[in-house]
Ligand binder design. Structure first.
Ligand code: DAK
Length: 258
């Protein structure tokens, strides 16, 4: 599929997906949501780490497209919300790690997109918020659920109820992002992290991601049992044999994802 609003660069197992709608600060319309869904659903198996960012210096994504949403009826609102929620859930459950490199306004649906990624790093120009209630709507792409998980109910409720926009240092303080960099450093740092992750065993990464994701929704006993099972599954892989042999032989491992 040709994409009108996504720019894709892929090299040596690291793929960068840029949301690109410069006239509206990369706001998410239904076409972009469908493109993201299609792209993530058909991601090449050779990709080991995905980086998501926004095109241009000003915005990661400034939210869902307000112009498109303005005249939706209840059914259409539900369908729009479902479109984004499903695409973002696909990102969250991708087998590979996903890093959001947040380069500017990261509001509403943009913040929800970043939160669907596994790790967020930001430029010191980034600004975060869930301003939906000021538009007469609730966050619609799973923001209520993911923000509370990430920063706790207190900060999530404050951000969602007040609609306030916070700067990168505040996002760092409350745990919404992992690190903050100068804007010109951001993509290099994202690549550096992706490179570090890429060198690790793919199946072990996949199982670890699954365990972390799933354990939020399971009781402790179930979560511990799941981790035990996935730990066991690792011992059926070539990568486990290779990783441990490489350690014992004092060399770098060569992981093949089997
Ligand atoms: N949608 C559409 N266009 C947008 C946009 C957006 N979210 N954000 C910015 N733009 C457009 C502006 O209209 C402007 O277009 P022109 O006037 O040039 O044609 C252009 O981008 C540049 O924006 P500004 O001129 O406003 O630039 P400033 O630097 O002055 O301000 C800003 C930047 C990001 C502070 C400001 O643009 C702003 O406040 N934007 C809106 C941010 C926002 O409220 N985002 C949250 C959107 S609501 C649901 C489904 C989904 C959702 C909720 C419910 N269900 C169906 C239940 C999700 C909702 C959202 O994400």
């Amino acid at each position: 599929m040709e994409y009108s609003f996504l720019k894709i660069e892929s090299k040596d197992g690291i793929c960068i997906m840029k949301v690109s709608a410069p006239k509206s600060l990369n706001a998410l319309n239904s076409t972009i949501l469908k493109e993201i869904d299609d792209f993530v659903s058909n991601l090449d198996k050779s990709v080991r780490v995905l980086i998501i960012t926004g095109d241009g210096e000003k915005a990661f994504v400034a939210g869902a497209d307000i112009a498109e949403m303005a005249n939706l009826n209840e059914q259409q609102g539900y369908e729009f919300s479902k479109l984004g929620a499903l695409a973002f859930r696909r990102i969250e459950t991708l087998e590979i790690p996903v890093i959001a490199a947040v380069n500017g306004f990261c509001l509403g649906g943009g913040c929800e997109l970043a939160m669907a990624c596994d790790i967020r790093i930001a430029s010191n120009k980034a600004k975060f918020g869930q301003p939906e209630v000021g538009l007469g709507i609730t966050p619609g792409f799973s923001g209520t659920y993911r923000l509370a998980k990430l920063v706790g109910q207190g900060y999530a409720k404050e951000m969602i109820f007040t609609g306030k926009v916070i700067k990168a240092d505040e996002a760092l303080r409350i745990g919404l992002v992992n690190a903050v960099y100068e804007p010109e450093e951001l993509m290099d740092k994202a690549m550096e992290m992706a490179q570090t992750i890429k060198e690790k065993a793919p199946l072990a990464l996949q199982y670890a991601k699954e365990c972390i994701n799933e354990s939020y929704d399971l009781y402790a006993d179930g979560a511990i049992e799941m981790e035990n099972k996935d730990f066991g599954r690792c011992f059926a892989t070539e990568d486990q044999k290779e990783g441990m042999a490489a350690f014992l032989e004092k060399r770098k491992p060569n992981f093949v994802g089997k």
